[in-house]
Design a protein around this ligand. Structure first.
Ligand code: GLA
Length: 387
């Protein structure tokens, strides 16, 4: 992303003055999908694509003047307006500002212009990139940087919950805030402990194939999955009042089987996927420690199957990309992110890379009339002030 470009738009669309520039990345996730809101493990990393914003206090009590550079769209609103702006991108600014206020940051009126290069709807979390970028800016402009990184993660998540209608977990905002170049991170979403894992798979690379099918998490499909998981926990809790079950993380396979009939097949299958995924993340960590990338890949295929058949968040195009990967001998491949469209993430041996990508482009194009987009994964840094 180009600092001068963002700056030129900021100058042009407001009063000619400059502000501070902040940037935050999107993310990938090697494995551990839909485990974050179930208290499980995730394995994300920040990418070299993200959101960049120039921001400056404008001297008003609570008027925000916002410009989305890529959309050429301007929205002004007041932080005191209880309804907030209707435009979806502006709701991220409104939401994060109110959440930062709740954390004690005395946010006043400001001007903001932002641009991004995280592909929208690709499952790389452009929304978390926005939230953490704006949080970082507001913390710096109004809060003397007193809000901790974790509180900014939670403010981003609360923005999704309270203003955007997605009851997401903490993986995306965590990866965007805490990312570190060259490292994946294993996060325990229950204890919030995490460790950086330098990721340099010798002889392999990670590539994303974007189906360009739009994924839409807002509204029911994502929240429905979360409700299913919570429903299973509720039933298990009722059967075992002596113990405390907060999330599926606390439940065993036996306990899940006990409630199978009463929760119904749909919820059972969803919970079954989550329990399996929790184990797979740990197996991947062990395999990475041993440099066993073939094992990592095997787990990725299992995750895809579970996301497709049990969690039901895949689509025809993503299953097709997964099939092409398998037929090309790709080590591991699976849907990445929330699902319902977006990308597959592929762990592929260097010597197979060109053939695989060419075959995927050709066959996808023959079937769907357009090629998938190809993004080579570069693991970058988290939220930061640029200047
Ligand atoms: C979305 C959510 C995350 C996570 C993933 C699925 O990206 O924002 O919290 O649940 O889906 O792993």
């Amino acid at each position: 992303m180009d600092i001068e470009f963002v700056r030129s738009r900021f100058i042009k669309h407001f009063d000619g003055k400059t502000g501070n520039i902040y940037a935050s990345p999107g993310r990938i996730n090697l494995i551990g999908e839909h485990t974050d809101y179930n208290g499980g493990f995730v394995f994300p990393g920040a990418v070299d694509k993200g959101v960049m914003a120039e921001m400056r206090a404008n001297g008003t009590e609570d008027t925000v003047m916002a410009y989305a550079i890529d959309l050429k769209d301007r929205v002004d609103f007041k932080l005191s307006d209880p309804a907030g702006p209707k435009t979806s991108w502006a709701r991220y600014i409104y939401g994060i500002a109110l959440e930062m206020k709740k954390l004690g940051v005395p946010v006043k009126g400001f001007n903001i212009a932002f641009a991004g290069d995280v592909p929208l709807g690709a499952g790389m979390s452009s929304s978390a990139a926005m939230e953490s970028c704006f949080a970082c800016g507001l913390n710096d402009l109004f809060g003397e940087n007193k809000v901790s990184q974790w509180d900014m993660v939670l403010a981003g998540q609360a923005t999704e919950h309270n203003y955007c209608g997605v009851n997401c977990g903490i993986m995306d905002q965590f990866a965007s805030v805490f990312g570190k170049a060259g490292c994946l991170m294993r996060l325990d979403c229950r204890s919030r402990e995490f460790e950086y894992f330098p990721f340099k798979p010798d002889g392999y690379r990670l590539v994303l194939l974007d189906s360009v099918v739009k994924h839409q998490l807002a509204g029911s499909p994502y929240n429905d999955r979360r409700n299913s998981c919570e429903n299973v926990v509720k039933h298990i809790q009722a059967k075992h009042p002596e113990a405390k079950f907060e999330t599926l993380r606390d439940c065993t396979w036996e306990q899940l089987d006990e409630v199978r009939a009463e929760v119904g097949e749909e919820d059972y299958k969803r919970a079954k996927f989550v329990l399996g995924e929790k184990d797979r993340v740990l197996a991947v960590c062990d395999a990475l420690n041993e440099g066993d990338y073939e094992k990592v890949g095997e787990m990725m295929y299992k995750t895809h199957e579970g996301l497709s058949k049990d969690y039901e968040v895949s689509c025809e195009e993503l299953d097709f990309l997964n099939e092409i990967a398998k037929e090309n001998g790709v080590t591991g491949s699976r849907i990445m992110g929330g699902g319902f469209g977006g990308c597959t993430i592929n762990l592929v041996r260097n010597d197979l890379y060109n053939k695989f990508v060419a075959d995927a482009k050709k066959r996808f194009n023959e079937k769907y009339g357009h090629e998938p987009k190809v993004y080579d994964v570069v693991i970058g840094d988290g939220s930061r002030k640029i200047c």
